[in-house]
Structure formats: C-alpha cells, structure tokens
Design a protein around this ligand. Sequence first.
Ligand code: ADP
Ligand code: MG
Length: 470
Amino acid sequence: MLDPVMNASEIWRAVLGRLEINMDRRNYQTWLSGSHGTRMTENSFVMSLPSPFTIAWLERKKYSDIQNALHEVTGKWLDIQMVVSDETEVDVNNHNQATRRTVQDISDSSQARSDTGSKASTGFGPNPKYSFKSFITGPSNIMAYSAAIAVAEAPGRDYNPLFIYSGVGLGKTHLMYSLGKLCTEDGLTVRYASSEQFTNEFLNAIRNRSTEEFRDRYRTVDVLLIDDIQFLMGKEQTQEGFFHTFNELHNAGKQIVITSDKPPGEMGLLEKRLLSRFSGGLVVDIQPPDYETRVAILTDKAINQDVRIPDTVIDFIAKRVQRNIRDLEGCLNKVIAYSQLSDVSITLDYAHEILWDVLSSAAIDLPNAQSIIRGVCNHFSLPEKQLLSKTRIRKISLARQIAMYLLMNELEMSPTDIGRLLGGRDHATVIHGVGKINGILSEDSELRASVTDIKDAIFASSAAWQEPGG
Ligand code: ADP
Ligand code: MG
C-alpha cells in the first residue's frame, strides 16, 4: 500500500518492478526502460516516455497492466497519462543495445550510414527522403508508424506479416522504406519489390527456366517488402509464386511487410489462403491526415528546404488539400519553386495565383457545406428538411450533431454560421453538439466508422474547389 512519502518516481520504480516480472523481457526493455514517473494527483498518474510510438504501443497493449500494477502499489485506481519526455537522454544502464532505439537514434544512424545499406542485388537502396525522422505523425497514422517501428526493432517476431493499407499518397511507401532502412543498418538483408516488379521477375523466371534462381533471390532475404500488393489481384500464377515465397520466409522467421490500397478482406481477386496469411499478422491502416497534421507536414517540409512560409499560406494549402500528402507536398513545392524562380516573396495572394489551376482541378477535392449536409442525410437516409427541423428524435439529433461536427472540423465554420445553416440554432447548441460527438468518437468505434464513411462519401462526391461554406 501507499507509503505517504513515496513520490511519483519511487512509485513508478515499484510499478516497474511488478511489470518486469510479468512481461516478456524484450518487450519490457523495448518499451519501458526509458519511462519515468513524473507526477501523481488525486486521480491520475503521469508518466513520461521517450517517444509517441512508445506511448501508442503501451496504451494499446499494456494500459490495464500498468493500471493494475499502480493499483497494487498505491491502492488507487488511477487514470494514466502518458506524455513524451522532453529529455532526449536515454538511461544507458537500462538500455538494451540490440532492441532499444529512440527516434533520434534512428535518424542519426541513418544519416551517418545512409549509403552503406544500399545493396543493388536486393532492389533496396534506402532513399534518404524516407526515414522515420521525416515522417510526421498524427492520429491518422500513428498506429501504422508505431507498428513499422516495432517491426524494425524486432523483425520476424511479433507482427508478421505487417500489412499496411491506405489511399494513395498517405505514406505507405515512406514507412516501408524507413523500416527497411533501419533493418539494413542492423546488418539484415532487405529486399524491396513493387508487386509489378515481383510479377515481372517471376514470369521472366518461368520463361527463362530460372525459377531456382528466382527463389534463391527471394528466400535468402531477412526482410521482404512488397509494395502495392493490389496489383497481384487476378494474377493467379504470380500469386501462387508469391504464396510459396511467403511461406518459406514466414516459416524461417523472416519478416514480410506488405502494402496495399485496400484491406485484405476487400481484395476480391486474391487467393483465400493468401488472404488468411495476411490476416494472421498485423493489419494497420493510414487515414487521411487531419488539419493539424497537414499543417505540421507542410511546416516541416518548408523548414527542411530552409524556406519561410507565412502561416496564412500554410493554412491555405492545408485547408484545400486534404486527402493526399503527395499533393500537399506538391502544392508547397510549386509555390516555393515559382517564388524562387521569379524572385517574389511568398504571400497568400501569390499562393492563390500559383495554385489556382491545381486546386481547381478534380484531383484535389474540398467539400462544401451543402455536400456535408447531403452526405450526412444520405448516410442516415433522412430528408434534408428533417435535419434542419426542430425535431429531437434521437437519430435525427445525432445526424444533426455529426453535421455540426463535420462543418466545424472540415470547413472550420464558426458555431454561429453553423447554427444559422442548420435551421437557426444558437451557437451554444452547436458547441454542445460538437463536444458531444467528440466525446462519443473517442470511445465508440461504430460512430467513428460512420463518420469516416460519411467523409469518404463527401470527398468522393465533391470534385471542384469551392470556397469554404460556399
Ligand atoms: P503511398 O505509398 O501511400 O502512396 P508515399 O509513401 O509515397 O505514399 O507518400 C507520398 C509522399 O508523401 C511522399 O513524398 C512521402 O514522403 C510524403 N509523406 C507521406 N506521409 C508523410 C508523413 N506522415 N510525414 C511526412 N511526409 C509524408
Ligand atoms: Mg506507395
């Protein structure tokens, strides 16, 4: 029970003692050796950790174990808050060299050895652009990021295969390369192939009767990265080849990482047995980034190019390009390149002028208030009239509150404008409604799925650039 003079750091040490007994040793060292107890209040315990991916992993896997151990030590059920520590020091004594790394370690060593990992025969030459360090995280991608780091730290162990899926331009290849780079730095042989490349090599091998050589090439690697596996759909012979390669590597404890533009379950023309192999590992997705993450990405990319961009321009691009990080980057680069060529400083007007044609093309979409209302009504099969009416029937109120939430988050409309639009409600009602949805979203995966579906439908249907709210 709680000794009154114990401070947070002593409590944490006692908790660690308990956790260490019950956890796999390697996991314990990987995820907990850099942790500290920083503060305890009446109801909560704050612990600091070296990185967001450590937090993501612990929250997902060990939250209740930590809570139980804290209960044993303090006699209280405490809320646990995990924060990133600002100290970059890692406790060297507690540090298992083989498995434990921080993001900083990763970036330093990749800079120092960015060329050594390149092996022509494996199809994998680390691209300096793709590293964990340059990957900006947010709620949309933190799980995929954490999984990629975990795999890079212990390839072939817990998550095999790792299957990452998302729409285009959201960072699958970036993560896959970062993972591969780290593995080559640890002396492993990594082979990267797009599924088209795999197909070509496989068919050539059959044609040239060199299948033995093909198999050797693939089965001798420690880590196999297959990018965009969706292109294997419908190619039965190649799938067969891939299945055998997969099994050989998997049985030998070698790591396989696969990316795709859809989840395994939606890859209709893929062999059942291949699908079930994929589902046997860890499947993670990457969602389009939220506004804050888009701003962080743009800011980071501008800093990397040593260019100062006004916040208004960052905000302008971040609001208009929502679904694809490659496009986000493309817009930024276009503005920078033009301003440097014509020696003009970057202003909001200038960005408007340069990006007008790109942003009004169908490639980049932005919803407007009308498309959001329509999307919500379609999803709930409601006539628009009802959404705007005074009725408080539960289903309709919920739909209305989701509309409020989307109007605020996607278009950044003011509560007053939203209230006016949704049948003349006051701004307090809107704030309450948005708060309620935020609350439900954090715990209700069904509602989260609904909101994602609505957003997908809205984005798919809105093609041209429109003024927010217009
Ligand atoms: P995908 O393979 O999913 O189509 P990519 O990995 O090729 O996407 O990413 C597209 C571009 O966006 C790349 O230039 C990549 O570096 C960049 N990118 C994607 N996600 C991030 C991120 N989270 N932080 C920084 N850059 C990113
Ligand atoms: Mg890709």
